[in-house]
Design a protein. Structure first.
Length: 450
């Protein structure tokens, strides 16, 4: 019987594989390029440089190298071929550090932490509102290894800083937003971490990737594959990707290990149930598979925008708390802000055009209950925005993808005294938009409002 060696470090190197096994591994590690697929589907120009397939392996002589999260699948393929594999573990494990978790865990959180600590690397899928940062802090303490948390926004940088202070009783290091300080537990903005890959991998034995469904982006993969630490934890509420690259999350970070479902949160009162109000509009459009043109017309439609503005005013006048108004378009957010200001409200605007300091100040004011209306792009509000005072949500552009919808709605479901969360869902009489509305209704019925 042939004997192979699998060397595990920052990646996996399989040596001694026969041609048939190499072919099977190469096939498994090849995915259709979603950009190519979409270009063909929508009859767009492909060009010379757009590859039909994406390969997540490289060859070095007779060896094949691939992301280490794929290691378990590779070993299984070897055994199915009747081949034994000797595993050579060269992952980095540093001297233990003293960490103490100062929080308390709900039963479903304790179960999740135990499951993750039983495995050296893998993904924790936890519904919005489950307390991913709390669980991560407990896992960091349990690992007793210097840890680096990878995040992708400044808001998450400072949110993690505050949570680690509270739950681990330490001052974490910060990498990003002008700071570069490495401590036993450090939070790093990926764009800044990428500039320091020559020195950072040697400092950490544990990597935590927040919002790890972003892993397939080259920015994340370029960073993750440089770390040879023994332990890796991926955190996400939405492990599915619309582009078809979901497998990459697990190839780079590890298998799905545990799932905290919405029903677990409901059972323990960790999140609230929203009341969904479907609001029909009179917007019409001759749709011919030109979705961006449709969205431009929809966001510029005066009657539809007046309806939204009137609903927001009515909600704010009759309910306490902060109304969250979201759209996919910055220009739409700006239009809604203007209409609300004309009605005597003082909305705050949070988009990618808002500078870092002003953005942080807006988040602080919302968290302190000083804001009645926050208008924001979905991209900024979808991940890592934690303000219990948000009480109502206005979905001003259509959402169809379940993960995105549950993330955005999750912003208003944090429990608070006297809170009655409400979702305003605008349904437009255009075929493709009515289909999106039906999908959302199914998601509400099956998960959020069941």
């Amino acid at each position: 019987m042939n004997r192979l060696t699998l060397t595990v470090s920052h990646d996996c190197r399989l040596s001694g594989a026969p041609p048939e096994l190499l072919a099977a591994l190469r096939k498994k590690l090849t995915l259709v390029n979603p950009k190519y697929r979409d270009a063909v589907r929508y009859a767009r120009w492909i060009g010379k440089n757009l590859k039909k397939e994406l390969h997540f392996y490289s060859l070095d002589g007779q060896d094949i190298l691939f992301p280490r999260g794929f290691g378990n699948q590779a070993v299984l393929l070897c055994r199915q071929a009747g081949l034994e594999v000797e595993i050579i573990d060269r992952r980095r494990q540093l001297a233990p550090i003293e960490l103490a978790f100062a929080g308390s865990l709900r039963p479903y959180q304790d179960k999740a932490c135990s499951a993750m600590l039983s495995r050296e690397f893998g993904v924790l899928e936890a519904a919005t509102g489950s307390g991913k940062t709390v669980m991560a802090a407990a896992i960091i303490a349990g690992r007793r290894q210097p840890a680096l948390i990878l995040i992708h926004t400044k808001e998450l940088l400072y949110q993690w800083q505050e949570r680690l202070r509270h739950f681990l009783g330490l001052e974490p290091g910060l990498i990003g937003d002008g700071a570069y300080g490495v401590q036993e537990v450090t939070v790093g903005l990926i764009h800044t971490v990428k500039k320091h890959l020559s020195e950072l991998p040697a400092r950490f034995g544990h990597i935590i990737v927040d919002e790890c469904h972003r892993t397939p982006s080259s920015m994340f993969t370029d960073i993750i594959k440089e770390f040879d630490c023994r332990y890796m934890l991926g955190l996400t509420a939405t492990p599915m990707r619309r582009d078809g690259l979901t497998e990459l999350i697990h190839w780079y970070i590890g298998d799905p290990v545990h799932r905290v479902a919405q029903k677990d949160l409901d059972r323990h009162g960790a999140v609230m149930k929203p009341c969904v109000l479907f609001r029909p509009t009179s917007f019409t459009f001759a749709y011919r598979r030109n979705y961006q043109d449709l969205l431009s017309a929809l966001t510029a439609n005066p009657g539809r925008n007046e309806l939204i503005a009137a609903d927001i005013c009515s909600e704010v006048q009759t309910k306490a708390g902060t109304a969250l108004v979201v759209s996919d378009r910055i220009s739409h957010c700006e239009t809604l802000c203007r209409l609300l200001a004309e009605r005597g409200l003082q909305p705050l605007l949070l988009t990618g055009r808002v500078g870092g300091e002003e953005r942080s100040d807006i988040v602080r004011r919302v968290q302190q209950g000083e804001v009645r209306v926050l208008v924001a792009t979905i991209q900024l509000i979808g991940e890592g925005f934690d303000c219990p005072g948000l009480t109502s949500l206005f979905l001003c552009t259509p959402i169809k993808f379940e993960g995105r919808l549950t993330q955005v709605i999750g912003r208003i479901l944090r429990p608070a005294l006297g809170k009655e969360p409400r979702v305003y869902d605008y349904v437009d009489p255009v075929g493709v938009l009515k289909a999106s509305a039906r999908t959302r209704r199914q998601i509400y019925d099956l998960t959020l409002c069941a």
